[in-house]
Design a protein around this ligand. Structure first.
Ligand SMILES: Cc1cc2nc3c(=O)[nH]c(=O)nc-3n(C[C@H](O)[C@H](O)[C@H](O)COP(=O)(O)O)c2cc1C
Length: 148
């Protein structure tokens, strides 16, 4: 391919080439703009702790070249969410640190997805859906479902 053809090809695929240019999110500098989205792996232990198998999984993705890896969703509470990252226990910090350091060693940046949960309903009845136990504000009463 000659120089003109190469320039032509680059301009017609400008968006694709841009994906491989360095990027920035706030102060976080990325080597490229390829972002690996959060995807639950169920490689977490039943109690919600990071496992070596899970670290291997993310290291493989970082080696694949993504600039940013979004670690799958974690939950502030563990009830009802087996094999999901559990943030409600300091013991998970050690594993998370190992995971983040392993991803960084492969040259990728990482962020973590903190997911929603069902609030206090989790503590009462993790298996069944029910109306929220949180008292409704008068102004939001007509916007909130009273029954599921
Ligand atoms: C197995 C699996 C697990 C997923 N887990 C999450 C998750 O933890 N958080 C999230 O926001 N999206 C999750 N997703 C959605 C993916 O992030 C989404 O599929 C991805 O961004 C690709 O987008 P697309 O499906 O619209 O092509 C999951 C998808 C799959 C297939």
């Amino acid at each position: 391919m000659n120089k003109d053809e190469d320039a032509e090809r680059r301009s017609s695929h400008a968006g694709v080439y841009k994906a491989f240019e360095p990027g920035k999110i706030g102060t976080m500098e990325l080597k490229n703009r390829v972002i690996y989205p959060p995807m639950v792996t169920h490689l977490v232990s039943e109690e919600g702790h990071i496992t070596d198998r899970q670290i291997d999984y993310y290291v493989e993705r970082a080696r694949g070249g993504a600039g940013l890896i979004v670690i799958e969703s974690g939950y502030p509470r563990s009830t009802g969410y087996p094999h999901r990252i559990m943030l409600g226990n300091d013991k998970v910090i050690l594993g998370l640190r190992k995971l983040v350091e392993a991803i960084h060693r492969e040259g990728a940046k990482t962020v973590f997805q903190v997911n929603t949960h069902r609030g206090r309903g989790d503590e009462v009845d993790p298996l069944h859906l029910r109306p929220s136990l949180t008292p409704l504000q008068a102004s939001s009463r007509d916007k909130s479902p009273l029954k599921i």
